[in-house]
Design a protein around this ligand. Structure first.
Ligand SMILES: C[S@@+](CC[C@H](N)C(=O)[O-])C[C@H]1O[C@@H](n2cnc3c(N)ncnc32)[C@H](O)[C@@H]1O
Length: 353
């Protein structure tokens, strides 16, 4: 059994000179940042001796993965009961498109499309369709899906938005994910799968689910993967689902990551409640989004501006730190932490053990 000592997040390593905590610093850690925590995990990750992570990549050899159990997480988005495979279990990027699964309870069948597994509640409907708000629908367009990783996402790191960029974001989130390394991870609202691919290639997780509502984003992810000869295709599947109706068995997921997505969700509370439902005790939620609070938020014109933006887009841009913490707490998550840089914030919270 492994005992992992998780150090307090240390942004100084990533952003030298930016940490600290006078009001003039660009980068600050929340007062609620988790203190040094010592956790013992018997669940998915086992090792023969005590391992202390101090920021370096852990030796994957030390992580004995129970991959077969941690992959059995897919559930009917209607009943939330486990799905059974018709034929062979198809747990790889390529074979998932030919797969078919059935819910034992409602008997509904779910099918793979060419690039992904379709697990929305209305999959299979022929006459009925519905649109989600613009903040969701805009990402379904072929154009935005195509340009997303060809300049659009990179633009988050320019100007005052403060997103550090994928490599640094991954380094940062690894600190939060240390307690669940070796387990499975859902990259929720993965877009074209930039982080899903990083997770799969890192070897730090037994299994990765790249989930998004946009079939075009998933198609882009599939194409990116196809271009990489040595990509570990058996460690990842692409799933189309709505964040407010996650197709996973309750308490089956070790980690959920949601990069730059919370502000696009039609209902962050429905989404975080779902994330909380699927996380196992001790499971970790880590997310990035845009934040706006402090003295600026008091400017009289900002509140109505934010409300108009939310009305038009249907998303929830620029929540404040206290709102984000409250959201996580209200949805049953604890140990909220928050690291910010300009309008960028990375939050994490844990399902109580
Ligand atoms: C700004 S992109 C973020 C992509 C990626 N995670 C990143 O870090 O760059 C937001 C993503 O949220 C997805 N999204 C929006 N509404 C969603 C919903 N209701 N369910 C699932 N995904 C949704 C969009 O399709 C889009 O791919």
């Amino acid at each position: 059994m492994a005992a992992f000592t998780v150090n307090k997040f240390s942004p100084a390593i990533l952003f030298p000179g930016r940490v600290g905590c006078s009001r003039r610093c660009f980068f600050k850690t929340s007062t609620t940042t988790t203190p040094t925590v010592r956790r013992v995990f018997a669940a998915k990750v086992r090792a023969s001796s005590t391992v202390t992570f101090t920021g370096a990549k852990p030796d994957p050899v030390l992580l004995e993965k129970e991959a077969s159990t941690s992959k059995d997480i897919l559930a009917c988005p209607i009943c939330y009961d486990p799905l059974t495979w018709n034929g062979d279990r198809a747990l790889s990027v390529e074979s998932i498109g030919r797969s078919s699964l059935q819910c034992n309870t409602c008997k509904k069948a779910y099918f793979g499309k060419e690039t992904h597994l379709e697990l929305t509640a209305i999959s299979g409907a022929t006459e009925y369709s519905e649109s989600l708000p613009p903040s969701t629908e805009i990402f379904r367009t072929p154009l935005l899906s195509y340009i997303y990783e060809r300049g659009y996402r990179q633009s988050f790191s320019t100007g005052s938005s403060g997103f550090p960029g994928p490599e640094k974001e991954f380094e940062m989130m690894k600190d939060y994910l240390k307690p669940v390394l070796g387990g499975n991870i859902v990259d929720a609202s993965c877009g074209s799968g930039m982080f899903s691919r990083i997770f799969a290639k890192s070897g730090l997780f037994s299994f990765v689910v790249a989930l998004d509502f946009s079939e075009n984003m998933l198609r882009e992810c599939y194409e990116f993967i196809k271009q990489e000869e040595t990509f570990p295709k058996e460690d990842l599947i692409l799933v189309r689902a709505d964040i407010s109706r996650l197709p996973f068995v309750s308490s089956s997921v070790d980690a959920v990551h949601a990069g730059a997505a919370l502000h696009c969700w039609p209902s962050p509370s429905a989404a975080v409640a779902e994330i909380s439902r699927v996380l196992r005790p001790g499971g970790v939620f880590v997310a990035t989004t845009y934040i706006l609070d402090g003295p600026f938020a008091l400017l009289p014109f900002l509140r109505p501006m934010r409300q108009s933006l939310m009305r038009i887009s249907g998303g929830h841009t620029f929540l404040g730190e206290r709102e984000l913490e409250d959201l996580c707490r209200a949805c049953g998550l604890v140990d909220f932490t928050c690291v910010r840089n300009g309008l960028f914030v990375m939050i994490s919270a844990t399902k109580p053990s």
